[in-house]
Design a protein around this ligand. Sequence first.
Ligand SMILES: Cc1cc2nc3c(=O)[nH]c(=O)nc-3n(C[C@H](O)[C@H](O)[C@H](O)COP(=O)(O)OP(=O)(O)OC[C@H]3O[C@@H](n4cnc5c(N)ncnc54)[C@H](O)[C@@H]3O)c2cc1C
Length: 489
Amino acid sequence: MKVTIIGAGIGGLTTAALMAAKGHEVTVFEKNECVGGKMNQVTESGFTFDTGPSLLTLPHLLEQVFEVCGADINDYIQLKKLTPICRYWYPDGTRFDSYDDLPITQEEIRKIAPEDEQAYLSFLAYSKNLYDKTADAFIYNPLYDLKDLKELDLISFFGIDAFSTVHKRIDQFFKSDYLRQFFKRFTTYNGSSPYQAPATLNVIPHVELTLGGYYVDGGMYTIARSLFTLAKKLGAQFHFNKKIDRIHVEKGKARSVISGNATYQSDIVVANSDATETIVYMMEPGKVSTAKKRKTAAIEPSCSGFVLLLGLDTSYSELKHHNIFFSNDYRLEFQQIFDEKTMPEDPTIYIANTSFSNAEHAPEGGSNLFILINAPYLSEQVNWDTEKDVYRKKIIRLLEDKGLSGLSSHIKFQKVITPRDFYDLYASNKGSIYGTSSNDKFSAFVRPRNKSRQFDNLYFVGGSTHPGGGIPLVIQSAFNAVKLIDRYE
Ligand SMILES: Cc1cc2nc3c(=O)[nH]c(=O)nc-3n(C[C@H](O)[C@H](O)[C@H](O)COP(=O)(O)OP(=O)(O)OC[C@H]3O[C@@H](n4cnc5c(N)ncnc54)[C@H](O)[C@@H]3O)c2cc1C
């Protein structure tokens, strides 16, 4: 079959490899000049930065892609466990390092929250229980037709804690404000708010703290590059700087994709482009009802991000690979991002310092800081033309106050990526960086499925589709799409 894939993000690349491995004629059209989508890289003045994901969880899914394609992941990617996984700084100067080694983490807990040592263990057991109950039903399941939905019969919404919020459940478990803030942070992994998202998302700590958080030697972009090499080896064709403007449909089927004056016929179309953007703007005019477009546009995007890349001529010995500087008032921070849709006045600041693990990512003696602040998705509340520089200066000042003394005098290279840039670069709905949010207990059911219900041979993969954002789930969306293609085509 002729398979056309729109977009070479992780979802598109994975689908390309999986479909090419099955012997299909695969063509990928990417609007940018390189693969990876939001998993991107900047190399400048001797510094190398990953500009998207910095942490890989559930690596077995990535391993499975190579295995199914008859390849060995070790020939492409060296996964690295980080010790500690992450260093946390609290506003009062307290520090906490998290590990996936339980006895070591327990020692850390005894230092900052001895009253919660037992609660930490109970919470991890609760988080594992959530994973056991939800993974097969919600993640590794296309949730497309009755056959798939049957698996949900076994699930009670009470059993997966969907009626509480992340924040309420965590406050019940822990007395320590340090641990409360630490555990609430995981909800941001898919761009949601701990004050709104169902407590089911408390599954994420199990995924990182027990199953493990990984880095890829050489940088996360190695994943995109490796999937590209794999797909090409299997025969997939790639066209770059080729934006698809339209999906042409006839008699309930996607017949071709159109880029400028060129039309490319296809038996199957897989959209890795953002599902909302695809349904609302790319389908042939008149073929998708206004009601459907309205419903799709109403799905809440995940948050976006404000990214600051700093190339320094020094390195700060107190920084590990992953670092978090927490804000004073977490609730206010999320209220500003998700309700008021403004940049947080006192943000939590995440820093990936990959030169800690890959010295070649900065000139000798220097370091490369990828700084990420959770930001609201695009709305009229923030004008990025004016806000960009104001916020950049604010973050540098805040980091100096929090202990990175003299930071501004060590900057040799800097670049800002705003939510507006995320929209312009990757055409993601309102600049969202994880696809759709999980701020509602029904989010899992609202997210677009991996196969269109209206057009027989149109499939969707990526963070804006089921099962959600983040590298592992995006890979799973490709597995789901291929499973549905096998089932229906
Ligand atoms: C700053 C940041 C930090 C993150 N941190 C993490 C993390 O630590 N761990 C993690 O697991 N995840 C993280 N994520 C999320 C993760 O990067 C995404 O979920 C994942 O990479 C998205 O892949 P995707 O396939 O959905 O789509 P995308 O990466 O959005 O790719 C879609 C591709 O389609 C192309 N495209 C769009 N429209 C068209 C068109 N009309 N024609 C042709 N091409 C088109 C785009 O250019 C793009 O290349 C982060 C993301 C960002 C931005």
